[in-house]
Ligand binder design. Structure first.
Ligand SMILES: C[S@@+](CC[C@H](N)C(=O)[O-])C[C@H]1O[C@@H](n2cnc3c(N)ncnc32)[C@H](O)[C@@H]1O
Length: 370
């Protein structure tokens, strides 16, 4: 019985949304049904798309031969159906003409690129070679599309929540919450949130708030609070009593968002006198000074060591220059253990790393100083 059930399983090709050029992002798996494939995708944060696998080979010509001789039940065998075939190449770019040239498949249905009834993909994996890009693929697959996941950025917030091991009713804190876009992704799957940000945020509309964002998705019950503050103002956190189950954040690292804290620039005597007069005015906003990435990360680790519950996790992004990166660049703290360090490549030389740390020891000032 078990054997006959197993025989009914079909092959699928899972396309992972990763940027590791050396690794084939296409994984062959077996599943009982398209429904099961769709269910897996609904929980698979790093899954990009899943396809029913119709054939694979080491070159496109062999793949086409295999497909022509296979007895797959093709839903596009009748002329009243419509279809579309995409070509996805990993580690190689192809012009539209080159892509069209590769799809020499005769389906009876009509081509409809905007609203096809059936979608197919030719997936090609090229071995990575930065000097002499490979001309021929190492592996090619053809499959019928089953399901894709959302774009990468919201997906990353789910990945961060997963790494933070956030559970129902956990209290989660984002010290650099910004507009709360990422927070929304975390709250949609998990619960409990609390988040401050910094002075100087601008409104386009007065009702443009994190709480209203959450309301649109009926998630406001998970909202605890948000406040505008400079993260570096340690007087805000007047107790070292642990309170957050997870701290999940995307700190400003100067690419799109400048890293700044409240403080004074070096000034001449006359500037200082002028400022003293101005600061007595009722509507005074403090100035900002630049905030070095290393200091910001050390502050973040120190804050996490003080305010996380034991076993609680700190999850954050850290930018790196790939040529000079060594694992020792990751900041460390005696109360926090590094549990994961994974890379998202932006360009050949620049990437960022998703760092996950777990609080393993209670914070103790004497231990830190010795
Ligand atoms: C990379 S963005 C995070 C964006 C956020 N995840 C979102 O979905 O909008 C970093 C945020 O930190 C804020 N920020 C910069 N310096 C800060 C500081 N010293 N204290 C608190 N927030 C700060 C920036 O204004 C920006 O909104």
């Amino acid at each position: 019985m078990a054997a006959s059930l197993k025989n009914a399983w079909k092959k699928y090709i899972l396309h992972f949304a990763h940027d590791h050029l050396e690794k084939n992002p296409f994984l062959e798996i077996e599943l009982p049904s398209n429904n099961a494939a769709s269910q897996i995708m609904s929980r698979l944060v790093l899954g990009k798309s899943i396809y029913e696998l119709w054939g694979k080979a080491s070159c496109v010509d062999d793949l086409l031969l295999k497909l022509k001789s296979s007895n797959i039940n093709n839903p596009c065998s009748s002329s009243d159906t419509s279809f579309k075939i995409d070509v996805e190449c990993f580690n190689r770019t192809q012009t539209m003409e080159q892509k069209i040239e590769r799809i020499q498949l005769k389906f009876n249905g009509r081509v409809n690129l905007s609203k096809p009834q059936h979608k197919f993909s030719l997936l090609e994996f090229y071995e990575y070679d930065s000097v002499n890009p490979k001309e021929a693929p190492q592996q090619v697959y053809f499959g019928r599309w089953v399901r894709s996941n959302t774009s990468m950025d919201p997906t990353l917030s789910l990945l961060m929540a997963t790494m933070g091991q956030v559970k129902a009713n956990d209290l989660v804190f984002d010290p650099f919450v910004g507009s709360g876009g990422w927070t929304l992704g975390i709250v949609r799957t998990f619960w409990g949130i609390c988040k401050p940000s910094r002075k100087g945020q601008k409104w386009r509309f007065r009702d443009e708030t994190i709480l209203n964002n959450l309301r649109q998705y009926n998630l406001e019950k998970h909202y605890v609070d948000a406040f505008v503050a400079d993260f570096t103002s340690y007087k805000l956190w007047c107790t070292d009593q642990p309170r957050f189950d997870a701290i999940i954040t995307d700190p400003p690292y100067g690419v799109r968002e400048p890293s700044q804290k409240l403080g004074k620039h070096k000034q001449s005597k006359s500037q200082q006198d002028k400022e003293t007069a101005e600061t007595s005015a009722a509507n005074c906003y403090p100035t900002k000074t630049s905030y070095h990435l290393t200091n910001m990360l050390l502050d973040l680790l120190d804050f996490a060591a003080r305010t996380l519950t034991l076993g609680g996790r700190l999850v954050f992004w850290m930018p790196i220059v790939r040529d000079i990166y060594v694992p020792e660049n990751i900041p460390h703290h005696p109360c926090l253990k590094l549990v994961s360090n994974s890379e998202q490549i932006f360009f050949i030389r620049v990437s960022r790393r998703l760092i996950t740390m777990e609080k393993v020891t209670e914070f103790n000032v004497r231990r830190i100083l010795t």
